[in-house]
Write a protein that binds this ligand. Structure first.
Ligand SMILES: Nc1ncnc2c1ncn2[C@@H]1O[C@H](COP(=O)(O)OP(=O)(O)OP(=O)(O)O)[C@@H](O)[C@H]1O
Length: 211
């Protein structure tokens, strides 16, 4: 028996579903995710991966089924700041700099202990771009600014939709490193990707979507 199987899951879904115009977007889902785990959300184009992550982030109302957070019915206000979504839209204010964007996010949710904005921005490869308006950054640099927010905020569960998109080889390695560090520190992540995820922090859980 693994340690994960003896502890209460961080997140558990039972017969979770989502409907558009009364049509189910994906077959009912059952899964659980423990602290320290990575889950790969797999499925063809249109199978509902983004929909699932947006629903878990509270951006879409779920259709049916149950969602438990640490064993209790998930209440949005109770886990505010604990679940962080990074999707195709990065949630950055284009007229503000990466540093200003981080400052706003940190004001809302706080920061991880011992982390400063300057070091986080340097770690994601944005040294020299800290004070540049986001709209002047490249697509990959914008993604890095959004990754800096993940690193800085004290969220437990990361929901990452195609986190490797727009990143170069070093950026891809950075995402893998961040995932390994986050899960090693007791965080968890759900990731969609059409590319290969290279994760050395243990065998990822797999959530298969059937649209
Ligand atoms: N805003 C929307 N309005 C109506 N239908 C939508 C909307 N967004 C997605 N859909 C539909 O919901 C289904 C699931 O879409 P979703 O984006 O979740 O799939 P996905 O698995 O993430 O796809 P991909 O691999 O292409 O990113 C698709 O059939 C899609 O057409």
């Amino acid at each position: 028996m693994t340690a994960a199987s003896t502890t209460v899951p961080l997140l558990q879904a039972r017969a979770l579903s989502f409907h558009r115009q009364d049509e189910p977007v994906f077959a009912p889902l059952d899964f659980q995710l423990h602290a320290g785990e990575l889950a790969l959300v797999e499925g063809d184009n249109g199978s509902g991966k983004t929909t699932l992550l947006r629903m878990l982030a509270g951006l879409l109302h779920r259709g049916g089924g149950e969602l438990l957070w640490r064993g209790e019915a998930l209440q949005r206000d109770q886990c505010a700041g604990q679940i962080l979504f990074l999707g195709h839209q990065l949630g950055l204010k284009a007229d503000l700099s990466p540093r200003e964007n981080l400052r706003i996010a940190a004001g809302l949710h706080g920061t991880r202990e011992g982390l400063g904005m300057a070091s986080v921005l340097a770690d994601v490869g944005l040294r020299g771009y800290e004070d540049e308006p986001v709209r002047r950054l490249s697509a990959g640099q914008k993604k890095r600014a959004a990754l800096a927010r993940l690193v800085l905020l004290p969220a437990t569960l990361w929901l990452l939709d195609e986190p490797y998109a727009n990143l170069d080889r070093i950026g891809i390695a950075l995402v893998n490193h961040l995932l390994e560090k986050h899960t090693a520190a007791g965080g968890a992540a759900m990731v969609t990707s059409h590319g290969t995820v290279s994760f050395h922090g243990g065998e990822p859980r797999r959530i298969r979507m059937h649209g």
